[in-house]
Write a protein of this length. Sequence first.
Length: 522
Amino acid sequence: MHPDPRAERQPQPAAEPLLEVSGLSVTLPGGETLVEGVDVVVRAGELVSILGPSGAGKTTLLRALLSPDELTSAGYRITWRARTLSADAAFVPQRGALFDHLSVGGNIALAQAGAGHKPNVGPWLTSVELDAALATSDRPVAALSGGQAQRVAVARTLAAGRRLLVLDEPSVGLDPLGVRRLAQLLLRQAREQRVGILIITHDLSLAGGASDQLLFLDPGSRSLSQVDAGWSGPAEQRHPEDRQNRLARLETTMEALLSRRRPPPPGARRARRGLALFAPFEVLGSAWLQLLNPRLFFASAWVCLRLLVSALLRPLLFFAVVGGLLGFTVPFVIAHVSAALSPRAVLGMVGGSYILSLSPPISAIVFSATSGSAVNAWLGGQRLHGQVVALEGLGISPARYLWSPAWFALASAYAVTAALFVGAMVLGGTMLFAAYRVPEPAWKLLANFLDPAPGQLAPVVRMVCLFIAYIVALPSITIAKAIEPKSSSDDVTAAMTSSVMRCTLFVVSLELLATLLQSGAG
């Protein structure tokens, strides 16, 4: 059922400003000016749309309005005469950025948990004209249509208690009827819930149908101005004939604005990032600090479980096969190095020493290239597709909900993988030792671990210390790269490659240092 347009009324003139910025200027990392002297006001119960051509910098302007510190750290320069943000703001990316590891009900329940409320999903679904049965359904969010996903995202944001909603291209992928229904939904929610809504869009039907203010971002003049000084409120509040006339007038006005605009300034150069040597330590500290705050423990446990499946269960057979082959082939090569001694005699002298030396570095490198890359790709996707921004908009710390459980999942997965890898190497070595009729082959391999000879304890201590170091370091390095800002799928791939390289360099460096220390002590 569509809302009755006659029930919609203009927002109160004296409504409180939820966001008010005057004299905003944004300079790109390359030194070019994006906007200068911009004024924006969004009041309770009001919808404001910002229109403009592709590449004008609308999304960057949003980030400057809501999270200037993030842009400043990336090399932007942001100034203003005055800025007031008197409400909790929630950014809703394109297509809603729903969490694909949760059901429809789980997405909204997470928002309520983040706000400290008990789950009560059904009413929020019906408020956005969705079936309340979705609250208990296991239907994945990927099965929703574009319009349904956008409605769930709005419901999730409202359920979190946010009073300022910022939507980036919310009508992407919707047909004309879906755009109208979305405009009516946003208009009704703004009026009934007394929330302010700021929309970034190319869609004139959505902007004209829902907005109290229409602003145009001109990259040529670097200014933000009223599209139509005579604009008197949302077209969806008008009779059908008047609505069509108003939208046609808006289209004509926008065509004139786009045709006379000057060329945009040169594109921004990406801010150069440092080596971020301390980022892994920040990830490590953040992960352990979350243990002191049990809020969202059960919700984040699902993230940990999902990543454990990716990092441990799926590649488990691969780890076992690689370990077994390594445990068999390495002593086979060693056994045939000496022409003076029989392979049986050589194996008897080598025992399990090669396992002590090789299992930490090889297991760590294989793990970072497989499990580490899988987790890196998933977290990078969450960053790229807006789920991280959506979390922040719900008032939920990404460090608490994503980074911390991801760290513990990777650390736990590597601890199990290391034990499995050692066991597989022992099994492979036992098969070779048995083939050469070495007495008590299994014990011959395990004696180096369980009953080392006098003066031979150092290799065991070295192996244990290296495993502990890798359990701590590999998740920290991997997640530090995964959580960096992403603007394209190439950035996700680059982060995966860089993560494996950094983990490998760390392993090689630590192995060399451990070898030098052991030889010096000897």
